[in-house]
Design a protein. Structure first.
Length: 363
């Protein structure tokens, strides 16, 4: 590099592609100030999503790009995260204290959606975000057990509820308000009303993301979500087998019809890992998630193996991301979390909270 101007440096590193957004650093407007000194360069990069686990790799990419262009001095790369609210359905009211809502859905039960939801939320926390989780499965709430939370939420004013907190994750569930063995024998309208109250009457505290663990299928709860809840994007959980994919397609098409962007597909139980020898085998088939994603032009966000430790961790109230944070499975969840947040960061920003409402009155 013969001339270390700010412009030249930005051109060199601007061509680096962010694998989580699918755009270059230049197109993503991620490059901030560039300061050239006598002994080196200081570069500021701003990401629109949490990615602590990728920061060092990004620094390496920046340094390699500059060294490859002939620069031989010191290179200091400072990375910050700025999560903003993104576009949602028209006509819905933002939730106070929540920037983005991510719905996690499945076409049928038994594919591990709730386990994925809790680990995804905790992975976003590990990546540096402020996160909450709402257990929207009124009939079968499972997040209290998975997150190891007991007790009842507090209310300071008798009208709103304080979220329960576990592993730095804010949480709310109907399971906190009833005994664990109490069945919810409610008709549809009562269920949707309960969902709205849990969402709107909880005092969420400055969340970058609220993950909603939806019940399986495409019923009343999903319709309420589409009509009244400002959802920034959805992730579809499926297993590789054909029967699960049939129902997963229905969930994906439902979100398309209600104009909620599908961020991608998460293939759970992609392979089975033997607890005795470590042998990996695709007992549910292979390539199902990829075929579905290709069919509907969405991304495969990642795959999670069928590992007995995932079940043991969830049953014990310590999801894998916190029970074994340095393990392979936790690493997979964190990669998926970065993909989810990165795909969302690439979408349009929601300016409704940036600009004030203008009301014209006749006088």
């Amino acid at each position: 590099m013969t001339e270390n101007s700010d412009k030249m440096i930005k051109e060199v590193i601007g061509s680096i592609t962010d694998p989580h957004t699918g755009t270059t650093l230049a197109d993503g407007k991620s490059i901030g100030d560039v300061k050239v000194g006598e002994t080196g360069i200081k570069i500021e990069i701003s990401l629109g999503y949490p990615a602590l686990g990728w920061h060092e790799d990004l620094r390496t990419l920046v340094r390699d790009a500059l060294i490859g262009d002939g620069y031989a001095g010191e290179i200091d790369v400072a990375i910050e995260t700025k999560v903003v609210a993104h576009e949602v359905q028209k006509g819905v009211t933002p939730i106070k204290g929540v920037k983005n809502i991510i719905a996690v859905a499945s076409g049928k039960g038994g594919v591990g959606k709730s386990t994925v939801s809790s680990n995804l939320a905790l992975a976003l926390v590990a990546e540096g975000a402020a996160v909450g989780i709402l257990d929207a499965d009124i009939y079968g709430p499972s997040q209290p057990r998975m997150l190891g939370i007991s007790g009842r939420p507090q209310s300071g004013d008798g009208k709103t509820l304080e979220p329960m907190v576990s592993y730095q994750l804010q949480a709310m569930s109907i399971g906190f308000l009833i005994d664990e063995d109490t069945p919810m024998i409610w008709r549809g309208p009562m269920v949707t009303q309960a969902l709205e109250q849990l969402l709107n009457d909880t005092r969420w505290k400055d969340l970058d993301y609220l993950v909603i663990d939806l019940p399986p299928g495409t019923g009343d709860t999903q319709l309420t979500l589409a009509q009244k809840v400002p959802v920034s994007g959805a992730a579809i959980v499926t297993t590789p087998q054909d029967i699960a994919l049939l129902d997963a397609r229905k969930a994906l098409k439902m979100f398309e019809k209600v104009e909620i962007p599908v961020l991608g597909v998460i293939e759970n139980m992609s392979t089975h890992i033997c607890s005795q020898c470590g042998h990996e085998e695709a007992i549910f088939g292979t390539g199902g998630g990829e075929r579905m994603a290709a069919e509907y032009s969405v991304d495969v966000l990642g795959g999670i193996p069928l590992d007995i430790r995932i079940r043991e961790d969830a049953d014990g109230g310590r999801p894998t991301v916190v029970a074994d944070p340095d393990g392979l499975v936790a690493g997979n969840y964190r990669k998926i979390a970065r993909q989810v947040a990165g795909r969302l960061a690439a979408r349009k920003r929601n300016y409704s909270e940036v600009f004030p409402s203008i009301v014209v009155q006749n006088t």
